[in-house]
Design a protein around this ligand. Structure first.
Ligand code: ATP
Ligand code: MG
Ligand code: MG
Length: 552
């Protein structure tokens, strides 16, 4: 078992409490913008925010950061709630929206204007951007910066009333056009945008900026620790500047940690949306996608994702985490929790010539080889069984611990077979192996003392069920897709999906419910597809191989 990695925010809050700097509940929030589906990077933020609140006896709000109606969509609002719940977290009370606070935020804006700290700027977007300066050059004050409070108030009210065209003017904070931090060069607080909002409809034609909405929403909700990723570090002075000047009901603080990046995939909603929109994958929940609905469909468990986050830890150091770590967390969970079953992916027929034509017997097999609490399985054994094509060779050296002509192998949970003859078609391809079985070999070595070379999995040809199995590999063949001068779409792995339609599984696995998980012995961990699996047409997705076999 790998020890939990360091979590500096957990330590910091513990210290704040011990030192009496923090009293009362620890209140956090997870603030997604509903402009796409959540991905594994968001899982880290969810785990961190909800986890800290749980640990320190507080609460975590789910708050949609919905200040940008153009890109947002109620489909995403729904999906995000489903994903957070699936991960096992519960927001305190009701779902919240930044748009719940549009009235209060508007009032705060008037407050700033009245304090002489905000002005309506009529410069075009191009002019404003040209006069912003650069990291080495100070910006230039807008010619509208010194409007009177009355004039600003009147104009801002008219902005709200819809008297100006989109883009005709904006409300800006009056801070310092020469500030070293670009975010303090009179940032935009409100812009005019005629777009129907998914929560507020057409009630507003002006919308607050992220920076104006975020901290004030935190304060309204009584958030104590506003945790975000490092790209917002430069926004913290603005966050504090606003909180200090507004009559807000509480004093939240912002803390930053480094984003989760994982190799061989991308964690950016924008890029994931391109993969969906351009048909590179089969929707947001394609099992190759790093979205939460995608990895759920792939067979990842909430426990494995939380465990992974714990293993990665929380710091301010940027880095890329190895995908193998995520897979390891899943394997660990499924090894203890997935019942065993047998599935033949590329079938080769074995005919047991000394077994009766219509004979059937039920062989009992454990649900788990080591652990209790798994239902026993009943495996129908018949004259014809399927084995894996790669588990038979006409001749082979000793390293090949499978079926070879003239040699013995054990069928998993079953009898020992001896291969007598390989039948071939006109092209020389083996179509069938004729074997004899040893009726006294169930659970004991053959009486002649000749040990079987190995154990192979199998499924009854007459009583097994045909299934479709999807084998997945990494979505990208490059470790850091899109880094440098390349398009990330040019680095997709062309072999990320292989579908096998002629697989055979034991009957009980076919009858399992969608999302049931199994270890198909010797093959890997699999899940019954959430959408496509039915007992009549079973469909299984490989979640992860049994061990890390991926060659770099
Ligand atoms: P993307 O860049 O994929 O669009 P985002 O940050 O714009 O992500 P939001 O909906 O704003 O997406 O994210 C909600 C929360 O999740 C934010 O607090 C954000 O910092 C956090 N978050 C997003 N991506 C990651 C990541 N890769 N690692 C950790 N936290 C993340
Ligand atoms: Mg964001
Ligand atoms: Mg984004």
């Amino acid at each position: 078992e790998k020890k939990a990695a360091n979590n500096f925010l957990r330590n910091l809050i513990a210290e704040q409490i011990a030192a009496g700097e923090h009293t009362g509940d620890v209140v956090t929030r997870f603030p997604p913008e509903p402009n796409g589906y959540l991905h594994i990077g968001h899982a880290k933020s969810i785990w961190l925010n909800f986890g800290l609140a749980e640990e320190f006896g507080g609460r975590c709000h789910l708050r949609f950061d919905d200040t940008n109606p153009g890109a947002e969509n109620p489909e995403y609002v729904e999906a995000i709630q489903e994903d957070v719940q699936w991960l096992g977290y519960d927001w305190a009370g009701h779902v919240r929206y930044a748009s719940d606070y549009f009235d209060q935020l508007y009032g705060y804006a008037e407050h700033l204007i009245e304090a002489g700290l905000a002005y309506v700027d009529d410069q075009s977007a191009e002019q404003a951007s040209a006069s912003r300066g650069t990291l080495t050059e100070p910006g230039v004050n807008s010619p509208f910066r010194d409007r009177s409070v009355e004039d600003n108030l009147d104009r801002f009210r008219r902005m709200r009333a819809g008297e100006f065209e989109d883009g005709a003017c904006v409300l800006r904070a009056k801070i310092d056009m020469a500030a070293g931090n670009m975010n303090l060069r009179d940032p935009v607080l409100y812009r005019i945008r005629r777009a129907t909002h998914h929560q507020t409809g057409d009630a507003w034609c002006i919308y607050p900026s992220y920076d104006f909405a975020h901290g004030q929403s935190d304060a309204i909700e009584g958030v104590t620790h506003s945790i975000c990723t490092l790209e917002f570090e430069d926004h913290r002075p603005l966050y504090d500047w606003l909180i200090e000047r507004l009559p807000v009901p509480s004093r939240p603080r912002q803390y930053e940690f480094s984003r989760l990046n994982i190799n061989y995939t991308v964690t950016s909603k924008r890029r994931l949306k391109l993969l969906v929109d351009e048909g590179f994958v089969d929707g947001w929940d394609d099992p190759r996608m790093p979205t939460l609905c995608g990895i759920r469909r792939r067979g990842y468990t909430p426990a494995s994702i939380r465990r992974f986050c714990e293993m990665v830890g929380v710091s301010r150091a940027d880095g890329v985490v190895d995908m193998a770590m995520l897979e390891h967390a899943l394997r660990d969970d499924l090894n203890d929790n997935a019942p065993r079953a047998m599935c033949v992916i590329e079938p080769l027929k074995v005919v047991i010539t000394n077994y009766p034509d219509d004979g059937v017997e039920m062989l009992a097999a454990p649900g788990h080889p080591q652990l209790d609490g798994f239902a026993e399985r009943q495996l129908p054994f018949t004259r014809e069984v399927w084995i894996e094509r790669e588990d038979f060779r006409e001749e082979a050296n000793k390293k090949y611990k499978r079926l070879v002509l003239g040699k013995k192998v054990r069928l998993r949970n079953g009898y020992v077979l001896t291969a007598d003859e390989a039948i071939k078609d006109a092209d020389g391809r083996i179509t069938e192996v004729r074997c004899t079985y040893d009726p006294d070999s169930l659970g004991s070595d053959p009486a002649d003392g000749v040990k079987p070379r190995g154990v192979i999995h199998w499924v009854s040809a007459s009583h097994g069920r045909r299934a479709t199995v999807r084998l997945y590999d990494r979505l990208f063949s490059h470790e850091t897709p899109g880094r440098g001068d390349v398009d990330f779409r040019d680095q997709l792995n062309p072999e990320s999906l292989t579908t096998h339609q002629d697989c055979w599984i034991e009957p009980a696995a076919a009858d399992a419910a969608p999302e049931a998980m199994f270890q198909f012995e010797r093959v890997g961990y699999f899940v019954a597809d959430r959408h496509d699996h039915t007992p009549d047409a079973p469909v299984f997705n490989r979640s992860v191989a049994l061990r890390d076999t991926w060659a770099k």
